[in-house]
Ligand binder design. Structure first.
Ligand SMILES: CC(C)(COP(=O)(O)OP(=O)(O)OC[C@H]1O[C@@H](n2cnc3c(N)ncnc32)[C@H](O)[C@@H]1OP(=O)(O)O)[C@@H](O)C(=O)NCCC(=O)NCCS
Length: 162
């Protein structure tokens, strides 16, 4: 596919409220809840880029930098940062906002690989992406290195698994 889709076409922003069932006994959000939100926004982002159904092939580079608390607003942003033949790398940034002070901080960043599939679940080609912001351009340029790292880690984990 020769057509390049601008990153702004896939960029997706979601806001959510952190409610009591989302939090642990310290009043901070469960990591699994954040991961679920990240997976959802990555899927929406990749579907907007590819106009196809997508599945999550891997979630890597998840950095939990700080915690959101009950009552905070979560702001999630996803964007396609690179593509392969059928896969798309999606960068997700999660910020939390304190409703009283308005203070915002980054809680989590993650990079996921989503694969476009047809109705039989077979990987199907996607268009390339055209990065627009400086951050997107830098992430685009480092995509090959991340892919090589992912392949190395997959090989290592296969060697060490039953
Ligand atoms: C992801 C999946 C479609 C790949 O199928 P496959 O038969 O391995 O297909 P291919 O080898 O042709 O790989 C397709 C693409 O996926 C990428 N891929 C496969 N496994 C990957 C992994 N673990 N991490 C990152 N990318 C991966 C390949 O690099 C390839 O990308 P490219 O076309 O851009 O070069 C398949 O493994 C699958 O359906 N997995 C389950 C997905 C799922 O259910 N996720 C929900 C959570 S359980």
């Amino acid at each position: 596919m020769d057509e390049k889709i601008p990153a702004s076409i896939s960029r997706t922003v979601q806001t959510k409220l952190v409610l009591p069932p989302d939090t642990n006994h310290l009043g901070t959000i469960f990591g699994g809840t954040v991961l679920s939100c990240i997976d959802e926004i990555a899927a929406i982002t990749a579907m907007k880029h590819s106009k196809r159904v997508v599945v999550t092939a891997s979630i890597d580079t998840v950095n939990f930098l700080s915690s959101a608390r009950g009552g905070d607003i979560l702001i999630l942003e996803g964007v396609v940062i690179s593509t392969g033949r059928t896969s798309m790398e999606v960068y997700v940034k999660v910020e939390c906002q304190n409703i009283e002070t308005g203070e915002r901080k980054i809680t989590t960043t993650a990079i996921l690989t989503m694969v476009a599939v047809n109705s039989e679940g077979i990987p199907t080609p996607v268009s390339g992406v055209e990065p627009e912001t400086e951050e997107e351009k830098n992430l685009f340029l480092s995509a090959q290195k991340r892919k090589e790292g992912r392949i190395r880690i997959n090989e290592l984990s296969r060697e060490n698994c039953i």
